[in-house]
Ligand binder design. Structure first.
Ligand SMILES: Cc1cc2nc3c(=O)[nH]c(=O)nc-3n(C[C@H](O)[C@H](O)[C@H](O)COP(=O)(O)O)c2cc1C
Ligand code: SF4
Length: 614
């Protein structure tokens, strides 16, 4: 019997419901915890949550059905094994290993074993591409998987040993920091940037961030000082203030975006694992500047295993007077940070979808304007910044804006942390000044006969070996951090196909061009892969790509066709060699689908076949 069906469900869920009170923004956190304990979210649980929070049932069910880790009403095993499905995991043998594991345990991917003990499935990139093939077992990270390791895991599962008692070495995740610069290389004393901020004052600290030319590290590259001042001004103007008067009554919110769902990106994981103080300090500096009292770290569900450690860092900061009331003894400087866990939805990295998720809803991007800086979390002016942006802000508060602006290029100040994976000898984290060429980076990481690089993940740019003199910079190759290397001989069609599956899976489904466009793109890529592609399919994909770019509601849709369009443009041969014919061939075999009807009616004559000439 599934634990959901047990008669004492109400009693067993009571502690979870009580812990979160009657706050409707906690729906996702409640559902996550129920999923972890009951391995399923059944109708009865949804009823109980809806009743407890006084929410319409459909709202709770909608959230449960949206996030892939919640699995809606579908059960998963007591041991839930999710293999990371990024192309870099595939290049390291993911498909074969998942097959090996499934056969050993007599499992069918996507289904639960008869006894309810175990389920296995794929999941979008888990952010461990430097040490793949990777997987999660009940949220705990497994890296560098091979058959020996899977044998051990099978034994542990068969003997029903709780995951908490498994050998800790199974869950080791390395930082693999291989090049340090000003962010990663200097020791940081917690509190140092805050002391500098208090000494300088909020208005002057904002001026330093402005002078630094810091631009957001999450991808879009918006100027951080402008975002902070818009957020501050949203209330200051209403209240008749001009700039930076701390102590306004209305609330402002600082959010750190640690959703890091872009396949191939894992630098925020390392920043949070080993530089959390720097990140939290940057948030607190930002809070002082904009006048925020509440902060959230939106931590992707795949990094849930870091939750305890991060809570510990927050607690230490409270004890040192770096968070909480009257920070560092400054009357009225109150700020604290809460961690909110995601549940496996790439779209929640988009800032307005993230805010919806923080409010306990489905992660659906909002219409903009209004922008989050004026109307964000629960309608309050909200800053959403990337993890690395906050780390930079702390350093700027400490060393000043000119120091930062002196590094990098004209339009791209400072350094950029890259997550390097794929075909190279030394995969890991590299921090470079902006303006560094792709060629230099490839040389440093020991790339083997590189042929193409995917810069900034599937939503970024595929560059060919002819473009290796281009540089990492907002004015050339803007990047959120992913850097996946493909050597000569790698099938770039499979790379683009993998990314087309990713986008079709991650589309939130809200707008038709993206919902349908990503699915059609995936189907055509599969059709070509299956040996049925024709030249007209390539044309169809170009048209779909244009449609996605121009008609989608948010950045996921507008960038979803990038890998296909880039590879079609730069590597047309990888498609042409897979084409069957230059003429049209339908994606669906209608005649084949009528075979059962022919068998039932006992007909197999010419007229019973579609397309038969009479
Ligand atoms: C589909 C999608 C996913 C995104 N994922 C992330 C993410 O994981 N982390 C992030 O910082 N920004 C992500 N962004 C960008 C955010 O919307 C936002 O621009 C960013 O958090 C702002 O922070 P920044 O100014 O520090 O870059 C994503 C955008 C889109 C459209
Ligand atoms: S573009 Fe895609 S992800 Fe964005 S709102 Fe539309 S369906 Fe959702």
């Amino acid at each position: 019997m599934s634990q959901c069906d047990s008669p004492d469900l109400k009693q067993r869920l009571a502690p979870i419901l009580q812990k979160h009170g009657r706050d409707p923004t906690k729906v996702l956190q409640i559902l996550r915890e129920i999923q972890d304990t009951a391995h399923c979210i059944c109708g009865q649980s949804i009823d109980l949550i809806a009743e407890h929070l006084d929410l319409p049932r459909v709202r709770v069910a909608g959230v449960a059905g949206f996030y892939s880790f919640l699995a809606g009403g579908q059960a998963c095993g007591e041991y839930r094994v999710l293999f990371s499905d990024n192309i870099t995991d595939h290049m390291l043998g993911k498909a074969e290993l998942m097959d090996y594991f499934s056969k050993k345990l007599w499992l069918e991917p996507g289904k639960v074993s008869e006894d309810g003990l175990v389920s296995v499935d794929s999941t979008s990139c888990t952010g461990m591409c430097d040490q793949g093939p990777a997987a999660l077992v009940n949220g705990m990270p497994l890296t560098n998987l091979d058959e020996n390791c899977l044998d051990l895991i099978c034994e542990l599962i068969r003997s029903r040993k709780p995951v908490s008692d498994w050998p800790p070495m199974l869950f080791e995740v390395q930082d693999n920091i291989l090049r340090k610069d000003v962010l990663l290389g200097e020791a940081f004393e917690p509190g140092a940037a805050l002391k500098a901020t208090l000494a300088r004052g909020p208005r002057e600290t904002w001026a330093e961030v402005d002078k630094s030319n810091l631009r957001g590290r999450g991808g879009a590259g918006f100027k951080t000082a402008s975002k902070w001042s818009f957020c501050h001004a949203a209330i200051a103007e209403e209240e008749g203030h001009v700039v930076c008067d701390i102590g306004d009554r209305a609330e402002r919110i600082m959010v750190c975006n640690a959703d890091e769902g872009e396949p191939g990106t894992f630098k925020d994981r390392v920043l949070l694992n080993s530089y959390a103080d720097l990140v939290f300090e940057g948030m607190t500096v930002g809070a002082r500047v904009v006048g925020a009292r509440r902060g959230f770290l939106y931590l992707r569900g795949e990094y849930a295993y870091m939750l305890g450690k991060l809570e510990g860092v927050l607690q230490q900061r409270r004890e040192k007077g770096l968070l909480g009331k009257n920070i560092l003894g400054e009357q009225g400087f109150d700020f604290d940070i809460e961690i909110h866990l995601g549940a496996g939805a790439y779209i929640c990295g988009e800032e307005s979808a993230l805010i919806e998720s923080l409010e306990g809803k489905r992660g659906r991007p909002r219409n903009r304007p209004p922008f989050p800086v004026t109307h964000g979390y629960l309608g309050h002016p909200t800053v959403v910044d990337n993890v690395e942006t906050f780390a930079c802000a702390a350093k700027i508060a400490l060393h000043g804006g000119e120091w930062f602006a002196a590094m990098g290029t004209g339009q791209s100040a400072g350094t950029k942390i890259l997550s390097i994976s794929g075909d190279c000898e030394r995969r890991g984290i590299y921090e470079y000044p902006f303006g560094t060429t792709i060629r230099q980076i490839l040389q440093d990481c020991g790339a083997e006969d590189p042929y193409a690089v995917q810069v900034s993940g599937p939503s970024g740019t595929t560059i060919s070996w002819k473009e290796f003199d281009r540089m990492i910079a907002f004015e050339d190759l803007a990047t959120a951090g992913a850097f996946m290397i493909f050597k000569r001989g790698r099938d770039l069609f499979q790379m683009a196909r993998n990314f087309s599956h990713f986008f079709a899976h991650e589309s939130c489904g809200f707008c038709t061009p993206c919902r349908v466009g990503t699915t059609l793109m995936q189907r055509i890529m599969d059709k070509i892969d299956g040996g049925h592609g024709t030249a007209s399919d390539l044309e169809e994909m170009k048209n779909l790509g244009q449609l996605l770019k121009t008609m989608s509601h948010c950045g996921l849709g507008t960038s979803a066709a990038n890998p296909v369009l880039d590879t079609l443009n730069k590597f047309p041969d990888v498609y042409e060699q897979k084409l069957k014919a230059l003429a049209f061939e339908p994606a669906f075999d209608l005649d084949g689908a009528l075979a059962t009807a022919r068998r039932i009616t006992g007909r197999d004559d010419k007229e019973a076949h579609l397309g038969a000439e009479s």
